[in-house]
Design a protein around this ligand. Structure first.
Ligand SMILES: Cc1ncc(COP(=O)(O)O)c(C=O)c1O
Length: 407
């Protein structure tokens, strides 16, 4: 018997799976040669904002320091009162959650759909209260939430929706790019995202008044270019630098191709592993388009011995680094929430919350626990070729066969 050859997959953590080339080098050289590295005076960050606005068909874009900064800016732009509730998801990055606390608001966790890991209108509806002032949705792994139903619910209650699109560049919901459907959309340019500047973020909106607040929140609340400027309210320096702006201008020109390639590779893998016993392939809702930040499988532990962990162990032997559970526990089980570690020993703003808003009992989150128990996240990349997707599908099929209880 011959030992199967292990091939290494392109990774977004190094040059094998990133798209930097002479274009970014030239743009950074230009930025340096200009001698202007602050976006308050340079032109690269502004160009990035204009081009991203044109690509998404959205009225206003502000670049910022990170995806976490983008969410913080979005929350602060809506200006909640201390103790107001912001409904969010139990499965997301912490950068989408701590900004709520920094603004003195209370994150209220909605459960997720056990098939997609996304919040739904039903799970959000279950936790709305008279104190809800915003809803934040995360389009998990690039799969759009059901925005039609969510916007319908939010619209009826007059509650603005923030879309966290850190993982979902160019994903569409019923033909509309995510980020442009709610009041504000947030994107990340962190190392492992579809396009990157190492760290960085983007905030988008069609609302001119919100756009002004967003710009202020990037700039210590200083209204550059306006008459009689003053620092209008509490705000940080969340600016992107021109070095990042230059890289981002280059990266943005590649985004459509990056997403197309990820879609083609995902369709290939889905075509070859759909129907494997105990495996459920990821799918967008009808009429929506996934943009494949990652490829999350569901593994049924009643069919595949060891469930996602068992399958991950088999894949590791072939050099495939997958992530069972994605995040190890629901966000509300992290210490910041469980111990209410915030400002000094105050526990503020949790001290302002209704007891029900802080009820993190397991029975309230059946979808969350079911999803985390079943999900196995495969790394994904625009550089995957047919050889890579075949390697993945053969490794998954062999692992399922080996671990199947039905053998
Ligand atoms: C869904 C989601 N929201 C927010 C963030 C925060 O972005 P950043 O790491 O750029 O601060 C991330 C990124 O890791 C993310 O995946």
């Amino acid at each position: 018997m011959t030992t199967p050859t292990t091939i290494s997959l392109p990774s977004d953590q190094d040059a094998s799976g990133r798209t930097f080339d002479d274009l970014e080098v030239e743009l950074v050289r230009e930025a340096l040669a200009s001698g202007v590295l602050t976006s308050t005076k340079g032109s690269f960050t502004r160009t990035l904002e204009e081009r991203f606005a044109a690509l998404l068909g959205v009225g206003h874009v502000s670049a910022c320091a990170s995806g976490s900064a983008a969410v913080h800016i979005a929350v602060a732009a809506l200006d909640p009162e201390p103790g107001d509730e912001i409904v969010t998801t139990s499965i997301t990055d912490m950068g989408a959650l701590t900004p709520i606390l920094y603004q003195g608001a209370i994150p209220v966790f909605a459960d997720v759909d056990r098939a997609s890991g996304n919040v739904t209108a039903a799970t959000i509806g279950d936790v709305l209260s008279p104190r809800t002032t915003a809803i934040i949705v995360t389009h998990l792994f690039g799969n759009p939430c059901d925005m039609t139903a969510i916007m319908d619910l939010a619209g009826r209650r007059g509650i603005p929706v923030i879309e966290d699109c850190a993982q979902a560049y160019l994903a569409t919901s019923r033909g509309r790019p995510v980020g442009t459907i709610g009041a504000v959309g947030c994107f990340s340019l962190q190392q492992g995202k579809h396009i990157t500047t190492g760290e960085g973020g983007l905030v988008v909106t069609n609302d001119a008044a919100l756009a002004r607040r967003v710009r202020l929140l990037v700039n210590k609340a200083w209204p550059y270019g306006e008459a009689n400027p003053d620092h209008e309210f509490i705000a940080l320096n969340y600016r992107m630098s021109e070095l990042q702006g230059a890289v981002a201008v280059g990266q943005l020109s590649k985004l459509t191709d990056v997403v197309d390639r990820r879609r083609r590779a995902a369709a290939e893998l889905t075509g070859s592993i759909r129907g494997l016993q105990g495996i459920t392939v990821p799918e967008a809702l009808t009429g929506d388009e996934h943009s494949w930040w990652k490829y999350p499988l569901l593994v049924d532990g009643r069919v595949v011995d060891g469930g996602p962990q068992g399958l991950a162990g088999e894949l590791r032997v072939g050099g495939i680094a997958s992530a069972p559970r994605y995040i190890q526990k629901p966000a509300f089980r992290c210490r910041v929430f469980a111990e209410q570690n915030t400002f000094g020993s105050s526990h503020w703003p949790f001290t302002l919350a209704r007891a029900e808003a802080l009820d993190y009992g397991q029975e309230r989150f059946p979808g969350t626990f079911a999803y985390l128990d079943q999900v196995l996240v495969l790394p994904w990349n625009e550089r995957y070729t047919g050889e890579h997707t075949r390697y993945l599908s053969e490794a998954i099929a062999a692992a399922v066969e080996k671990r199947s209880f039905a053998r």
